[in-house]
Design a protein around this ligand. Structure first.
Ligand code: T46
Length: 183
């Protein structure tokens, strides 16, 4: 019995995943990750590092990627709700420079597999979010790249209620333009 549903997206290899939730009078149980399932989806690389972050409402983290030793990411929300964005930076991809956004929440239990070669970021919509993700390569800050969240070429439609309330790290305020990565 397949304990996960999955759905393709507009970006090749970016996959939406929904685990089966087993509820009973105690609460719920779900398998948050199953290697065999991901291998059936064609995800061959092993995960080597898990990350967790907690963010307040209006925090925007991103857009980040590693240009060497790139990371494939299996992302999910444990608490709260956010708008998650993946941007295809694979130079030879037919969707190079295209993005897609998804609402991930503790309600919908939606996960994303974001392949290597994508930039990733999210905007927190609930009072607080606890975000968890698995990575296929180790963190290598010396290889970290970034694109400005509001790059005019990407034109990501972030569901921002009040831009004056946006919370960004100093690093994310000064990220590169997308044009830097165009051939
Ligand atoms: C990513 C990472 C960070 N750190 C340390 C470095 C800093 O001292 C602190 C916060 O790092 P940073 O501000 O880069 O964290 P985020 O803004 O959440 O970065 C992440 O945000 C977006 C959404 C991503 O998809 C990436 O995984 C990642 O870049 O954690 C580590 O020690 N290991 C790590 O793997």
């Amino acid at each position: 019995m397949e304990k996960f549903e999955y759905k393709a997206t507009t970006l090749p290899d970016l996959i939406q995943i929904k685990p089966q939730v087993f509820e009973d009078e105690r609460g719920y149980f779900l398998e948050s990750y199953n290697q065999a399932f991901l291998e059936r989806l064609g995800v061959k690389k092993q995960f080597v590092q898990d990350n967790e972050s907690c963010s307040k409402k209006n925090v925007l983290r991103g857009l980040h990627f590693q240009y060497k030793e790139p990371q494939g990411k299996l992302v999910r929300v444990i608490k709260g709700m956010l708008f998650d964005v993946a941007v295809d930076l694979r130079q030879n991809s037919p969707t190079f420079g295209k993005w897609e956004g998804f609402i991930l929440s503790d309600e919908n239990k939606m996960q994303l597999y974001i392949p290597e070669g994508f930039a990733h970021g999210f905007l927190v919509l609930s009072e607080e979010v606890i975000f968890h993700y698995k990575c296929t390569s180790f963190y290598r800050p010396e290889y970290e790249g970034g694109i400005l969240w509001n790059d005019p070429t990407l034109a990501i439609q972030w569901p921002i209620e009040d831009i004056g309330l946006l919370i960004l790290s100093e690093k994310d305020k000064k990220q590169q333009s997308f044009a830097t990565y165009q051939k």
